[in-house]
Each structure stands twice: as C-alpha cells, then as structure tokens.
Design a protein around this ligand. Structure first.
Ligand code: EPZ
Length: 421
C-alpha cells in the first residue's frame, strides 16, 4: 500500500486549482439512468469513488466513456441490461445507493445491495426507502439487498424528510422526475450539490422548482433527454486547501474556488486569524502572522459548518493559542483522526460527539494512519506544520476524494512525496 511522506515546517506559497465536486458528480452520474440519451459531464474529478460509480453504471449495462484524461465522462443508458447493483461494488462506495431511485423510476424495478457499514457511522438508508415506499414502490430487504418494484410506475407524493439527508434528497428528486403527478418534498437538504443536480435534471427536461430550498416541487414527465453539464467546483476540497496556508503559514491562491459555497467555514477560518480574500477567479488565503486563535465549531447541514471539513479544521486548531471545542452533530464516529493527531503531539480529548482541542506550541512528525477520507487529509495538513517527517499509511482513503494531492501541495513548496510499497 502507498504511503505519503511529508517534511513539515515549510511555509506555502503558490496556486492550487480546485477540481469538480466528488459529491456532485456521484449524484449526477446516476441521473444518466433516467434517460435513453447520453449524459455528458464535464469538469469531473479523477477519483477512485468516481471510477467505482463508473464501474457500477457499466455493470447495469450503461456505456461509460472517459475523455480528456477523464475530465469528461459520457454515460449512455439507452439499454439497461442488468437491474442488480452488486454488493462487491456497492460496499466500496455508499453513494451507490443513488442508482436506486433512478432505476425504479425508469425501469420499475431495482435490486440494490445495502451499503453496509462505514467508518464514520451507521449511515442507514431508511429515509431513502421510506420515501420510495411513499411513492408506491414495493420494497423488500432480503439477504443484504433491497428489492424494489413499481410496476405501475412511481406516484407523486407530498413527503417530508424526517431528517435532513443529502443522499435521500438526491435519490427522491431523481425518482420524482419520472413519477406521475406533482411531487412535493419538504425538509430537503440544501447542499449546493443538490442544486447542481437539479440544474442538470432541468437541462434534461425535468420540471423542478425550489432547488436549494427546503421545499422542492417536481412535476413528473414521461421521459427525459440527454444533456451536457459542467460539475460544480468542490467546496470541500476548497475548504481543505484554504487550511493549508493557515496551518503552514504563507499564502495560497485557490483557483476556481467559490467563496459563496464555503461561507460559514470561511467565517470560522477568518476567526482563527487567517486572512481570506475572495477574488474574481478564486480565493486567496494568507496564514496568520500572529498565531492561530481558538474557535468553537458545531457541524450542521448546509449552510452550517460542513461535517466534511471538521477533521481538517481540527488539525489547524491543534496549534491554536487556546482551547477549542468541536461538536460533530451529523455522524456518530467522525473523530478517528484525533488519536492519530495525538501521535503528532496534539492535545485532544473526545467525549461522545464533542472534541476538546487544547492548542500546543508545535506538532512533531510521526508515522500515522489514515482511517477515512477526511481524516486522511487532516493528517496531511497537520504534517505540513509539524517539525520533522510524517509518514501517512493507508492513503487509499485519500484517493477516494482528493486528486493529485502531492502535486497540488508540492507546487506550493510543500516537501511531500508518495511512495509505493
Ligand atoms: C453526503 O452523505 C455526503 N456524501 C457526505 O460526504 C456528507 O458528509 C454528508 O452528505 C453530510 O453532508 C455524498 O454526497 C456522496 P446524509 P449522505 O444522508 O447523503 C442520517 C465525504 O466525506 N441518515 O445527509 O450519506 C445519516 O446517518 C462524505 O465526502 C439516516 O438516518 O449523508 C446522517 O446522520 C462523507 N437515514 C444524517 O442523516 C438515511 O436514510 C445525514 O446524512 C439517510 C441519512
């Protein structure tokens, strides 16, 4: 397994281009199942999760082509030859559940493996299922699979999500585009990736109102057309790299970064003393010259502080001049980076969903292990500031959501390299 080596203590200076959003792409790709015509996505990130979704769609009979070094993906689902999303693919990537809604809507049936466990929490899919049942789908759970059928097609519904769920909102919006009648979905998630999906669906002929608001209305149509859609920029990658100059010192320009997608995060980062400036073509971040100030974070659904940036912010706060409190309210086990940061000298105590971080004067490089996608990048951020060498193992977690990390950071002067064992 590959490892990443970082010699810390280098101030960063340079430019990083922000890629297309993994979490937008993972919802946009299954949307291709809703039409017989090709769906072309541009600005797609080159990530292992995207490859897994390509593999899954191909296993259903879709023709999936990657062009221009996979920055463009075309998916043609004119014939769906298989309605089973198998466990050996689904277990690799939970967003595979997003083929369920489109398959049932288009084909009237689907057999999708339950995603199984996840490092950061139980992450059930009960809301996806209850909403589909409310639309008239017959569901049965058997041998680890979801058997779904809607032989007379899905019916429109007025449904309120019991919990704000990104994936459930995406799955049911896609399903409703082909349902009979007007579907009203309430308590929807507001993440920008959902709005991006709706823009693409409308471009395919769907009739959707209220994208990006808590209530989304979808007037079902008999069929959708193909489309060409550019994937929205990745706000989580942006926030992650905004933290790089904040923790290492120096100044980095995040080309393509949209400050409007990271407002609550950016406000918190500024409170730590970093200098954040929105420019025409991106975001400029300068590390504080007077030390890092402690802040208290509480993760919330968008537009609140994103859970996907909690681990990364924790890395910064390990070096603050005081004590910070981080509350993780979305997932039940998302502090696995804490003991690894502690190996580097961080002073963190975790009690249930709350972590207390007492800032230390410096971190020391050490061998550490990546445990999940966002934890892995938080270790890299800490290593950039730590004295000495850090070796990070299990970096396959990183490849799921961050492309070209070593080249993006070394272009800003970081002493970072990847070694294959
Ligand atoms: C999406 O996951 C993202 N993944 C996650 O990013 C992100 O952390 C999460 O939204 C929250 O913003 C993708 O978009 C592919 P949820 P999702 O449904 O849709 C509970 C990353 O690092 N829930 O909004 O799975 C759930 O347990 C990943 O890129 C149910 O109880 O998240 C959680 O507590 C990690 N039943 C809460 O809702 C359900 O049926 C929010 O989860 C569904 C969810």
């Amino acid at each position: 397994m590959d490892r990443i080596l970082i010699e810390g203590g280098v101030q960063l200076s340079g430019e990083i281009s922000i890629s297309g959003a993994k979490n937008a792409c993972l919802a946009l790709m299954p949307a291709a199942l809703l039409t017989r015509q090709p769906l072309t996505l541009t600005n797609t990130p080159f990530l292992s999760d995207i490859n897994t979704m390509r593999e899954l769609l191909a296993s259903l009979g879709c023709e999936v082509a990657g062009l221009q070094n996979n920055r463009i993906i075309t998916i043609a689902a004119d014939k769906i030859s298989n309605h089973i999303a198998k466990y050996d693919i689904v277990r690799k990537m939970r967003a595979s559940i997003l083929v369920l809604g489109p398959l049932v809507a288009r084909e009237g049936k689907a057999v999708v493996s339950l995603p199984g466990g996840c490092a950061i929490g139980a992450r059930p899919v009960d809301i996806h299922l209850s909403a589909l049942q409310a639309m008239g789908a017959d569901l049965e759970l058997k041998e680890g699979y979801i058997f779904a059928e809607a032989t007379r097609g899905l019916q429109a519904v007025d449904y309120t999500f019991p919990v704000v769920s990104v994936g459930a909102t995406e799955n049911i919006v896609m399903a409703a585009t082909l349902a009979k009648g007007k579907t009203i979905l309430r308590n929807c998630a507001l993440e920008p990736e959902i709005k991006d999906l709706c823009v693409c669906l409308v471009g395919m002929g769907a009739k959707i109102q209220g994208a990006g608001t808590p209530t989304i209305t979808i007037d079902g149509v008999s069929e959708l057309t193909g489309n060409t859609h550019s994937v929205i920029v990745d706000r989580i990658e942006l926030g992650t790299y905004m933290l790089a100059p904040a923790i290492s010192g120096g100044e980095v320009f995040l080309r393509g970064g949209r400050i409007d997608l990271v407002e609550s995060f950016s406000k918190m980062l500024s409170k730590t003393g970093a200098n954040v400036t929105a420019l025409d073509e991106g975001v400029l971040v300068k590390g504080s010259t007077d030390g890092i100030l402690p802040v208290n974070i509480s993760t919330e659904p968008y537009p609140g502080f994103p859970t996907d940036l909690q681990a990364q912010m924790m890395a910064l706060l390990t070096l603050s001049q005081g004590t910070s409190k981080l509350e993780e309210n979305i997932f039940e086990n998302r502090f696995m980076h804490a003991p690894e940061l502690a190996r580097m000298g961080a002073n963190i105590s975790v009690e249930g969903g709350t972590a207390q971080v007492v800032g230390v004067a410096s971190l020391k490089g050490a061998p550490v292990m990546a445990t999940d996608l966002r934890a892995s990048i938080s270790l890299i951020l800490a290593a950039l500031a730590a004295r000495g060498q850090t070796v990070i193992s299990r970096v396959y977690h990183l490849d799921r959501g961050y492309e070209n990390v070593t080249s993006k950071l070394s272009a800003c002067g970081a002493k970072i390299k990847r070694i294959s064992s």
